[in-house]
Design a protein around this ligand. Sequence first.
Ligand code: CMP
Length: 141
Amino acid sequence: AQERTLSIIKPDAVAKDAIGDIISRFEKGGLSVVAARMMRLTREQAEGFYAEHRERPFFNDLVGFMTSGPVVVQVLEGDNAIAKNRELMGATNPKEAAAGTIRADFASSIDANAVHGSDAPESAEREIHYFFGDAEICARG
Ligand code: CMP
């Protein structure tokens, strides 16, 4: 089924000028960009986005990293978009990411892991609307 998912190109990948290569992976993988914005997250925005991880030991490092430089937030649309995006990204820890995935090719550590993608329909819905209003999402086809 057609789905939407929230993708973030993280500060490490932006700093490497890998935005184009990463978006190209999405497009070649059957996902279309239907909304996009480059921005620098505030501490409050990063903490709110990752609220479910607030009690985790890595939370402060995660927020620090995600606010260390600009990111590109996007809504990706396509058949089975949530799972497809996760397949294209590879495992959260780049050391465990399969060859040819975005994280295997662009990530250097579990924090600087190049991309974020929603993990389920409920989180996709929340994450998409955390950054985008309905009027900012462009219907395709
Ligand atoms: P992301 O998909 O953005 O969601 C939460 C992020 O926390 C994750 O990617 C990692 O970059 C980061 N992180 C750091 N340590 C861990 C860990 N032990 N388990 C899961 N995520 C971690």
